[in-house]
Structures are given as structure tokens and as C-alpha cells.
Ligand binder design. Structure first.
Ligand SMILES: Nc1ncnc2c1ncn2[C@@H]1O[C@H](COP(=O)(O)OP(=O)(O)OP(=O)(O)O)[C@@H](O)[C@H]1O
Ligand SMILES: [Mg+2]
Length: 86
């Protein structure tokens, strides 16, 4: 079960961010790809993800699609944590 301690169970408000990463951590073994990653995307906002090859761009998208489990932190979509990947 994902550890939600220290994180809100929901992001309150009428218009929560469409996507919100809070201190998200992702590692493949000893390779830490994302360490305490925060990210916010509002509804209607257009965001580009840029960076060198291997910096974790695809990993961010795969986590958002629940194709990868995260090792720490919480990803919220429309204010609710992505828990269905459990
Ligand atoms: N399933 C996996 N197992 C082990 N390491 C992985 C796995 N998937 C990705 N990695 C590693 O995680 C890091 C980030 O990879 P990712 O594919 O997210 O980078 P990227 O920014 O999308 O790169 P590119 O611009 O080449 O597409 C890389 O070091 C990659 O080798
Ligand atoms: Mg990629």
C-alpha cells in the first residue's frame, strides 16, 4: 500500500490542479531517476517536458499513466491520489 502519511488524502478546492506531483521519488534499483519531484499542471495549461536523454521525461509520463509504481511521494490527478495502480 502506498504510504500517504504526511500528505493530504485529497487536494481541496473547487479547481484543484489537473496534475500534482508531491515529493515524488522513482528509482530503478540504485538508479534514482526522480528525487522529491514536485510538479503542478492546471486544467488547460500546456506544459513541455524537456531535458537530456535519460533524465526521466518518459518515466514521468509512465508514472502518470500508472505504468510505473512510484517509490515515494504522491501523484494527484484532479485532486485525488492515483491509488488505482495498487
Ligand atoms: N524499466 C527500467 N529499468 C531500469 N532503468 C530504467 C527503466 N526505464 C528507464 N530507466 C532508466 O531511467 C532513466 C530515465 O529514463 P527515461 O526513459 O525516463 O529518460 P528520458 O528522459 O525519457 O530519455 P530519452 O530522451 O532518451 O527518451 C534512464 O537512466 C533509463 O536508463
Ligand atoms: Mg523518453
Amino acid at each position: 500500500m502506498q504510504d500517504m502519511s504526511g500528505f493530504p488524502l485529497e487536494i481541496a478546492g473547487d479547481t484543484p490542479p489537473m496534475v500534482s506531483f508531491k515529493k515524488v521519488r522513482k528509482a530503478y534499483g540504485s538508479l534514482v531517476v526522480l528525487d522529491d519531484q514536485d510538479l503542478g499542471v492546471a486544467a488547460g495549461e500546456m506544459v513541455s517536458v524537456i531535458g537530456p536523454s535519460g533524465s526521466g521525461k518518459t518515466t514521468v509520463l509512465r508514472m502518470l499513466m500508472t505504468l510505473e509504481k512510484i517509490n515515494g511521494g504522491v501523484i494527484y490527478v484532479d485532486g485525488k491520489p492515483l491509488t488505482h495502480m495498487e
